[in-house]
Design a protein around this ligand. Structure first.
Ligand code: SF4
Length: 213
């Protein structure tokens, strides 16, 4: 096989010429640009299955609903058996859980945390406050609809939702991920200007760089 490969000569910046090992060329050959659709589908399904079965949560305790996350880590509800676990930093997490109302001050930190997370990443709104403001619907310093500021993949309704509801919510997000429909992060990138406009409307002291996609 090696003999069939053509030798290539490269000229260095100092004018010195050298031959490239044909085997090196062979293994560095560009992969095919297009794969058969069935191959792509199998790989995507496998990735989505793996993603759905290892959800790492950034526990961002913003509101009262955060208290319901703690029992999930105990033996009674034991979310770990479903592949759900909590991580301390945005870099390690793939799911941002907004657990209740968000003040405009906290929104700024939530956006910062979300933008530091690696793709693929998901957002879950926990509690009625994230859907329509809940009992803080007329508060002067909380936001009313989370999905105007961050791309929410699913909500868990209730005030406050019980740990069982959270487990059901995890099951929902798993189904969405497995079906390849958890497109929040891509939507965020696509509608970046719109999200930034909404965010800057409520955060008056905006002093963060716009995330460079
Ligand atoms: S939905 Fe209810 S429990 Fe959750 S943050 Fe709002 S008021 Fe608190």
């Amino acid at each position: 096989m090696k003999d069939e490969l053509k030798k290539r000569v490269i000229k260095g910046p100092d004018g010195f010429e050298f031959e490239v090992d044909p085997m090196q060329d062979y293994f560095c050959e560009e992969p095919p640009k297009e794969h058969p659709p069935i191959y792509v589908k199998i790989v995507e399904d496998l990735f989505n299955w793996a993603r759905s079965e290892s959800i790492w949560i950034l526990g961002f305790g913003t509101g009262c609903g955060a208290i319901e996350m703690r029992p999930l880590m105990t033996p009674r509800f034991d979310a770990y058996r479903y592949g759900v676990q909590w991580r301390p930093t945005p870099r390690q997490a793939d799911l941002l859980m907004i657990s209740g109302y968000l003040s405009t001050k906290t929104l700024k930190r939530a956006i910062r945390a979300y933008e530091q997370m690696q793709n693929p990443k998901y957002v879950v709104g926990l509690g009625s406050c994230t859907i329509n403001g809940g009992m803080y619907w007329d508060s002067y310093n909380t936001i009313k609809k989370l999905d105007e500021y961050l791309p929410v993949d699913t909500y868990i309704a209730g005030c406050m939702p019980r740990p069982e509801a959270l487990l059901a919510g995890f099951n929902d997000i798993k189904k969405i991920i497995r079906a390849g429909k958890a497109e929040g992060a891509n939507e965020y990138a696509k509608n970046f200007e719109w999200y930034k406009k909404n965010q800057k409307q409520v955060i008056k002291d905006w002093d963060m760089p716009d995330y460079n996609w």
